[in-house]
Write a protein that binds this ligand. Structure first.
Ligand code: UGY
Ligand code: MN
Length: 247
């Protein structure tokens, strides 16, 4: 139990740890019958948005077509995803990516279904057609040893092709496994811990983290992770990719 007046949440200029205890829901257009948390957003300095939706029975989320692309990942429960005219069932681990200009609707959730949604303004690449929608399940995606470490496995959920300007990846670490070095890179991250425990280094701070914690890492935020629990630790994360930093 947290001492009254305490929180593990930390918000800085270059990174944030957002612990679930401090989340406050807010309404968003097109979403009903769901607790909506805007976990990461441009309001804190990020170049993207990370939403957490917890659906009630009859819950419904419509992402209207526009300049924004979206990738929704079902962390628990199940729902139906409608992309334009086609409908897909998503169970835990299921994900859907819709490019800018395409309508996405999430409906018929099991009560308690939890979905993380990453959204960003699409950055068109001259001469390259925009990406098509993608539907899949992380359980069907092979995990590859990260930089040769079989105990740190990375699943890349979206195609790594120039048309895509966002990556959504799933990282699973065996107890004691870690990122091999402190990363510093221009790409941003939004992250949610799905299971297990560990310690995340963000710039000059080291944070114990566990399932449900979310993290924002601004460009060049120094970052490192070690899994510390008795079982595997996994996190889902967003990364902007494939575009010149010179806008
Ligand atoms: O893709 C990445 O940059 C990844 N290795 N970063 C991270 O897990 N913090
Ligand atoms: Mn990284």
């Amino acid at each position: 139990m947290m001492t009254p007046g305490e929180t593990r949440t930390r918000l800085g200029n270059r990174h944030a740890l957002i612990a679930p205890d401090g989340l406050v829901p807010g309404a968003l257009p097109g979403i009903s019958g769901a607790v909506v948390n805007v976990v990461i957003s441009p309001a804190m300095g990020a170049g993207f948005t990370q939403l957490l939706l917890t659906f009630e029975a009859e819950g419904h989320a419509i992402f209207a077509p526009g300049a924004v692309e979206s990738c929704a990942y079902v962390m628990a429960g199940s729902c139906t995803a409608r992309i334009d005219q086609s409908a897909e069932s998503l169970r835990a681990g299921g994900f859907v990516f819709v490019p800018a200009g395409t309508r996405l609707e999430l409906s018929q959730p099991d009560p308690g279904t939890r979905v993380t949604v990453f959204q960003k303004h699409y950055s068109l690449l001259a001469g390259v057609p925009a990406p098509a929608p993608v539907v899949g399940n992380a359980n069907d995606v092979a995990g590859h040893p990260f930089l040769g470490d079989p105990d740190a496995r990375l699943k890349t959920l979206l195609p790594d092709m120039p048309a895509f300007d966002m990556a959504v990846n799933l990282f699973t670490f065996q107890p004691g496994a870690r990122l091999p070095f402190v990363e510093t890179h221009v790409m941003e991250h939004g992250l949610i811990v799905l299971e297990g425990e560990g310690v995340y280094r963000l710039e000059e701070s080291w944070y114990p983290v566990a399932a449900g914690d979310a993290i924002w890492m601004a460009p060049y935020c120094a970052q490192w992770f070690v899994a510390m629990g008795r079982g595997p630790a996994s996190y889902l994360y967003f990364k902007n990719i494939n575009r010149s930093p010179l806008k």
